[in-house]
Design a binder for this molecule. Sequence first.
Ligand SMILES: [Zn+2]
Length: 323
Amino acid sequence: MLSSLASVSAEGAILLGKNFAVDAHAERPIRVVTHIHADHIIGLERSLEESLLLLATDFTMELLEILGYYVPPEKRLALSYQKRLRIMDEEVTLERARHIVGSAQVVVEGEGYRVGYTSDFKLPGTPPLEGLDVLVIDATYGSPRLQRKWSDAEAMAALLSIVEIALRQGPVEIYAYHGKIQEVMAEFRLRGVKEPFVTDLKGYKMARVAERFYGVRLDPLWLSPQDESSYISFIHAHKFDESRGTSTKIFLTGWELRAPAVKVREGVFRVGFSDHATFREIIEYVREASPKRVIVDSTRGTDTQVTARYIERALGIPAESQP
Ligand SMILES: [Zn+2]
């Protein structure tokens, strides 16, 4: 019976309970979006047409609208963290996940079952979902060969020192995906970086949402450089072009596994700053959550069969990679 209450579809929808399709479209009354990354809003247009409701945190709902999605008011169900909502004979809760602005884990409970999905997360800062019959987990770095040898705090320290030195020569450009950009902006301000941030309109609006999420002011925040002095531009990773202009360029990627920071050539760096749990952190999460069964999402993860086997052997919890 439990197998029908939590599974991953071929399209990447995490099917929880009887009514919920999470992070990709499926024929279910309620579509959940855990956060705004592209691989978690799969088939959103279709869900907006065909599903009865769209459920997400208030922050994610705001970001979706900034990205240009129109969520009809009668379908819009914004839920605060940890608030239980009873709907169609089931209860749903969005729990915090440390990943990007608005990120959530999802728990669905019904008569005699409790199932959940971590979505993307990193540790510390993501409370494990406890007491689950089935846990669906993300394993972006699903095997020991992908183990990062440093923490995101160390990568942040490396990033800050590169930025500090580069700012003496002029402007700095930081390339990353939505979410990571706002996290880095917040981390910089918390660590006393005072230089203006420059971003496009979308980035500017997202930064204002991030201010409330992280509880930190991000000003000065500019839409274009206002003078020649030092400033930090935040640009979407898709626009990375290392031959353009003379500013120092820093590309943030979770897939730099050689060192926290790598100098590609003069003025160009890659920094291994990730918003995903390391392989060891995935195992640590499962150990603490201690579910009866684990499903590793293979549509977004890497080496997920290895993860599942490792969980079975190291923790004695039945696990499989799906689909
Ligand atoms: Zn993500």
